[in-house]
Design a binder for this molecule. Structure first.
Ligand SMILES: [Fe+2]
Ligand SMILES: [Fe+2]
Length: 236
């Protein structure tokens, strides 16, 4: 067996997650797990279609299973997890005060503690914290999981694919035909597909009078500007 420190070998927790086995701390009910399995299957198919290597196929499938590992934990519980009180690291690509406040007109400052994130966006950062604590040292995978709800201008290809797969997995009912159409264009036209997804999310939030997080606005901006930032990892 190759040593765990070999960068070519995913962390054992990631390797078993790719086969659908979640960590003991996971809080995800039956329906949630079915959603995670569909996201994982879509990501695995896309990774193969893109011709990625074995290690990446495993990482992509694992991201599908792990992204919602804490989705059914209570947001207040997640907010008090050690590490959630740390300020979010500032990133050069963050769009602080960019007017991305949606209908409320109040931009969400990007450097608030993680526990101040909207309740439905806490499970990603919390899962990333626990995975890092377990020894998973894969910045692209952790970033993808951390920001899969809000989006990120700093996503690698995996983060972008996870954001799209989470939205396009075939179990999602609303606007089924529209989703099917977008799914049929991925992963080849991933950037354009993502622009449609994120634009539709922002429109929905604005119409509902809800704030658009600066990360979501920044993610859309990065896609529209055609920036292709993949952290340290470039696949093509
Ligand atoms: Fe999620
Ligand atoms: Fe999800």
């Amino acid at each position: 067996m190759e040593p765990i420190t070999d960068r070519a070998t995913p962390h054992p927790l990631v390797a078993v997650a790719a086969a659908g086995r979640l960590p003991g701390w996971a809080a995800a009910g039956r329906e949630r797990r079915a959603h995670m399995a569909r996201v994982a299957a879509l990501l695995e198919a896309w990774a193969r279609e893109l011709g990625l290597g074995k290690r990446d196929v495993v990482r992509w499938a694992a991201a599908g299973y792990l992204h919602d590992a804490l989705r059914d934990a209570s947001p207040s519980e997640l907010g008090s997890l050690p590490g959630m009180d740390a300020a979010k690291p500032r990133s050069p690509t963050q769009v602080a005060g960019s007017g991305a406040g949606g209908a409320s007109g109040k931009p969400v400052p990007p450097d608030l503690p993680l526990r101040r994130l909207p309740p439905n966006a806490r499970h990603g950062p919390a899962a990333a914290i626990l995975l890092r604590r377990e020894g998973v040292d894969d910045p692209e995978l952790l970033h993808a999981i951390r920001w899969h709800t809000l989006g990120s201008a700093d996503f690698g290809l995996l983060g972008r694919a996870l954001y799209a797969a989470d939205f396009l997995e075939p179990g999602r009912r609303p606007r089924k035909e529209w989703r099917e159409g977008l799914r049929s264009r991925a992963p080849d036209e991933l950037e354009n597909v993502l622009i449609e997804i994120v634009t539709s999310r922002i429109d929905y939030l604005s119409r509902a009078g809800r704030a658009v997080h600066s990360r979501t606005a920044g993610f859309r901006e990065s896609l529209v500007n055609g920036r292709r930032r993949c952290g340290d990892v470039y696949y093509r």
